[in-house]
Design a protein around this ligand. Structure first.
Ligand SMILES: [Zn+2]
Length: 180
């Protein structure tokens, strides 16, 4: 995963539970899988329960799925490691079928809409049209840190992850529920 994350508000405390309201989970699955064989991507907009002395693992409520364009292309970012550089020379290795980048315009629009509707950008979702819903090495290296990442697999399984730190690639699963 590669992500222009400078436009996304940072939310630093890991949620105890991610709750998809209304039909958000269905919309997320449909909109991301519709992009296959390319990876689809979206922003998750919603609210956060406040962390207090009593609430240490707040619930985050997803209230709207903001579909985004996957604008990844080989020259979109400067590759920083030798392996990436090497792989970059082989165009068959990286493509939008295994990489994504959010369109910064989508991010700005989502952020503005969220603010106007008293919501926050909670995290990023993307699909693995060829694989499972586990974060890949590049997801852990390039994603928002710390931050929430939701992945939809080729079988439409959805799992949520919290990325603690980019350098250690430490991450933990966030339980999710839906009222569907
Ligand atoms: Zn990924």
């Amino acid at each position: 995963m590669q992500l222009c994350n400078e436009n996304i508000e940072s939310v630093y405390l890991m949620p105890g539970l991610l709750k998809f309201e209304h039909d958000c989970l269905t919309i997320l699955r449909r909109s991301l899988i519709a992009m296959a064989p390319e990876e689809g991507c979206a922003l998750l907009l919603g609210t956060q329960e406040k962390t207090t002395k009593w609430v240490k693992s707040p619930i985050w409520n997803v209230k709207k799925i903001w579909s985004c364009k996957n604008i990844w292309h080989p020259d979109i970012f400067h590759f920083s490691t030798a392996n990436e550089e090497e792989a970059r020379n082989d165009q068959s290795v990286f493509s939008r079928e295994n990489r994504f980048a959010l369109d910064p315009k989508d991010q700005l629009l989502a952020q503005r809409w969220a603010r106007e509707n008293r919501l926050q950008v909670l995290g990023v979702a993307h699909s693995h049209p060829q694989g499972d819903p586990m974060p890949s090495d590049s997801d852990l290296r390039w994603g928002m840190s710390p931050g929430l990442m939701v992945i939809v697999s080729k079988t439409e399984e959805v799992r949520a992850w919290w990325r603690f730190d980019r350098s250690s690639q430490e991450h933990q699963e966030v339980p999710l529920i839906t009222n569907e």
